[in-house]
Design a protein around this ligand. Structure first.
Ligand SMILES: C[S@@+](CC[C@H](N)C(=O)[O-])C[C@H]1O[C@@H](n2cnc3c(N)ncnc32)[C@H](O)[C@@H]1O
Length: 275
């Protein structure tokens, strides 16, 4: 199996839209009653959920009518948030067919299907004209991509001059081997953790200027402690949460990440760059 297929197979759930519908049904909500905030427990698949998105996306100088690219958009939670918060038009691209299909249904439920278009494809071969986007971002995607510089070259090409590119990824910030499974990879084979310095070097080689870098380890620990507490309290299967996306070994995945963050080996890090 090639690497990209292995990655999308890792994320493939099989009956995601059905499980999400059942989860909302259990809460007494039909699709027409579901708000963007209701969805955020399941469609923001990164450390810190909606709060992390707000604090990260605020740095991208987004404006009404900005054309924005979400690289590795997943179910499109951040993309819908950008569209509703800033009024932008957002294109999302993701390897995993099921995430794209499910995400487009979720956009339809909240009336954002004209502003947020998700499509299947690879970040390593972006199907967009050069110089199209005012801004681009990627959240928790680089951990699945070995060749960061080629990825950054792709993003550079589709950005307008001065366009902003924001990254929020889990990075290797110290020594120590991470234990798997992790939420982004069942084994080391499909995990490509790199240091903030490696990201910065790749970005500079692709032509970007680095504007800011922020490590978010403490924020991540607090988020996971809360998540573990909720998972321990939740016994009802229909309950929605990121554990649904992580599958049967969600608890092990969360524990492995938390251990490595507490040991100072890894942390989510934001990097803001400009073309
Ligand atoms: C942890 S999820 C994050 C999803 C989304 N960014 C979010 O924050 O909710 C990682 C996503 O990256 C996607 N992905 C990984 N490698 C990719 C690639 N080479 N091209 C496009 N998407 C990729 C996966 O399919 C998955 O949906």
């Amino acid at each position: 199996m090639n690497k990209e297929l292995e990655v999308s197979t890792h994320y493939q759930h099989g009956s995601l839209i059905k499980v999400i519908e059942e989860g909302f049904n259990y809460q007494g909500k039909a699709p027409s009653d579901i708000s963007l905030d209701d969805m955020s427990v399941i469609d923001e698949f990164h450390i810190g959920g909606r709060q992390a998105s707000e604090e990260f996306l605020d740095q991208l100088r987004l404006q009404e009518r900005s054309l924005v690219l979400d690289v590795g958009c997943g179910l499109g939670g951040p993309a819908r948030f950008v569209a509703s918060q800033f009024g932008c038009l957002v294109s999302g691209i993701d390897l995993t067919h099921e995430y794209v299909d499910t995400g487009n249904v979720l956009s339809n439920w909240v009336g954002l299907d004209k502003k947020v278009i998700l499509q299947q494809g690879s970040a390593m071969a972006l199907p967009f004209p050069d110089g199209q986007f005012d801004a681009a971002y990627m959240m928790h995607v680089g951990m699945n991509i070995v060749d960061k510089k080629s990825l950054f070259v792709e993003v550079f090409k589709v950005l307008k001059p001065d366009g902003i590119f924001g990254i929020y990824d889990v990075m290797q910030i110290g020594s120590g081997e991470m234990q798997y499974p992790a939420p982004w990879a069942a084994s080391k084979n499909t995990s490509s953790l790199a240091s903030p310095q490696d990201y910065q070097t790749g970005l500079k080689e692709a032509g970007f200027n680095i504007l800011a870098t922020r490590e978010r380890g403490d924020f991540a620990i607090e988020f996971f402690e809360n998540m573990k507490r909720r998972m321990a309290e939740t016994t009802a299967d229909p309950a929605l949460g990121l554990h649904v996306l992580m599958g049967g070994d969600a608890k092990t995945k969360v524990a492995n990440v938390l251990t490595s963050i507490k040991a100072g080996s890894i942390a989510p890090v934001e990097i803001i760059a400009q073309r």
